[in-house]
Design a protein around this ligand. Structure first.
Ligand SMILES: [Ca+2]
Length: 454
């Protein structure tokens, strides 16, 4: 992996500073700092060598009744077959392994990301698929986040706060129709604000020192991932986590955030790391059936096994929310089909498309029958990892829309004493009851009519 060297931070910058002169002076410095950060991020996406693809790793899906003994048998068979890098995802009944080629099919160049789909020969895959308990074999693939670097010209946080639309994503989801009424809180019907709900955001980690998170956040490296900490070296994860659970940008500011780092400084990562994070969430749910757990993933480009994993985590009781993806599999000028994106295709997950502030489907949002809901995802204001302690930035993408829905799901679960028993379908029904249609999809919303919301 290639870490992005963050721009120098400005620890003295205080977005709540009240002196106009101080704001002006500090803001000027902050703009310069932020500009440096943007350059650093942009450079990482264009100049540095791309991260290596996940060549040769295959993910095996096991029968859902494949228990501990069955799983151990599969692992032992893989080991005896010379496979390495074994990772067992017990709660999901899945295994990742790198197995030797069993014929002389040439491997494609390692520089080609799509090579991950074809690095195991058909013969190898056939052998793996024939092992007792194995129901599917999928090549692992390198995926990435669903939003580029910050979109809007970086203004000062003070300016961001004063220029409309301010936190428009929060404003939009608590009212039926436009225009935005300036009310961002949804506490009338959701007074708990997400308290008691654990929201796992699988992404690039978070800047733990950011004021949007405070003591409600835990940042950790993905289980079995190559990362040494949950610190965000890209910015994508800090922004998405802020949308879900940030103190001011967050839809569910009372929820507990667990940021799981599965993507590197380039905003890319291995599908097996996403699966491991889903397995972690499912394991937590297995340990405490009453736990209210939301899993938010703003990613695309992974292999079909990630869709299987998302479905299985949802079946285990985790409320899984995934972004629809941006132009997956199509040219730069057309929206793609979310059913072609992984894990967006997961049927049990809540798949989210992106809307703009005029209630239109974002031009680069994937769509199609696999989309369940739409949510604000254009020019969304949230936490900036490189502008501590409290800087904000705007980003666009289905990456921004998914955590809006994760936050809404947390609001719903928090109000229910038996929220731990709710399925993704239950939550989806709540989020769309009485909702307006936006861009051809139901808007996920915090229904302000409490009689309807419950
Ligand atoms: Ca509003």
């Amino acid at each position: 992996m290639h870490a992005v060297a963050p721009a120098p931070l400005n620890p003295t910058f205080d977005v709540m500073a009240t002196s106009p002169r101080r704001v002006a002076v500090v803001a000027a410095a902050a703009v310069a700092t932020a500009a440096s950060a943007l350059v650093a991020v942009a450079a990482s996406h264009t100049d540095a060598a791309p991260p290596p693809p996940v060549t040769g790793v295959q993910v095996l899906s096991l029968a859902t009744d494949c228990g501990a003994v069955c799983q151990a048998t599969v692992v032992a068979a893989l080991q005896s077959g010379g496979c390495g890098d074994l990772r067992l995802f017990g709660a999901l009944r899945m295994v990742a392994a790198r197995c030797p080629l069993k014929d002389s099919s040439p491997a494609p160049p390692a520089s080609v990301r799509a090579a991950a789909y074809s690095t195991a020969s058909a013969k190898t895959a056939a052998w793996m698929g024939a092992l007792p308990g194995v129901t599917a074999v999928d090549a692992d693939a390198v995926g990435h986040g669903d939003a580029p670097a910050p979109t809007a010209t970086m203004a000062t946080a003070a300016a961001q706060r004063s220029s409309p639309p301010y936190f428009w994503h929060r404003d939009r989801v608590n009212q039926h129709d436009l225009p935005l009424d300036g009310v961002v809180n949804s506490t009338a019907c959701y007074p708990a604000r997400g308290a008691g709900v654990l929201v796992l955001v699988a992404d690039t980690g978070i800047a733990t020192g950011h004021t949007e998170f405070g003591s409600r956040a835990i940042a950790m490296p993905g289980p079995g991932s190559p990362y040494s900490s949950g610190n965000d070296d890209n910015g994508h994860g800090t922004h998405t986590a802020g949308i879900a659970c940030g103190a001011t940008a967050g839809v569910a500011p009372g929820a507990t955030l667990m940021a799981v780092k599965i993507l590197d400084g380039h905003d890319t990562g291995a599908g097996a790391d996403l699966i491991a994070a889903l397995d972690y969430a499912a394991t937590l749910k297995a340990l405490d059936a009453a736990a209210k757990i939301v899993f938010s993933a703003s990613v695309q480009g992974f292999g079909p096994a990630s869709t299987t994993a998302a479905d299985r985590a949802a079946a285990a009781g985790v409320i899984v929310v995934v972004s629809a993806g941006n132009r997956e599999g199509v040219g730069a000028d057309a929206a793609g089909d979310a059913c072609a994106a992984h894990p967006a295709a997961a049927r049990r997950a809540i798949t989210v498309a992106a809307a703009d502030s005029a209630d239109a489907l974002s031009g680069d949002s994937d769509a199609g029958p696999c989309v369940d809901v739409i949510a604000p995802g254009v020019h969304v204001l949230s936490a900036d990892a490189f502008w501590l302690p409290g800087g904000l930035a705007r980003r666009s993408g289905t990456s921004m829309a998914a955590p809006v829905v994760a936050g809404l799901a947390a609001l719903v679960l928090a109000e229910e004493s038996e929220g731990g028993n709710m399925t993704g379908a239950d939550v989806l029904a709540r989020l769309t009851a009485g909702a307006p249609t936006v861009g051809g999809f139901p808007l996920a919303w915090a229904n302000p009519d409490c009689k309807c919301a419950r």
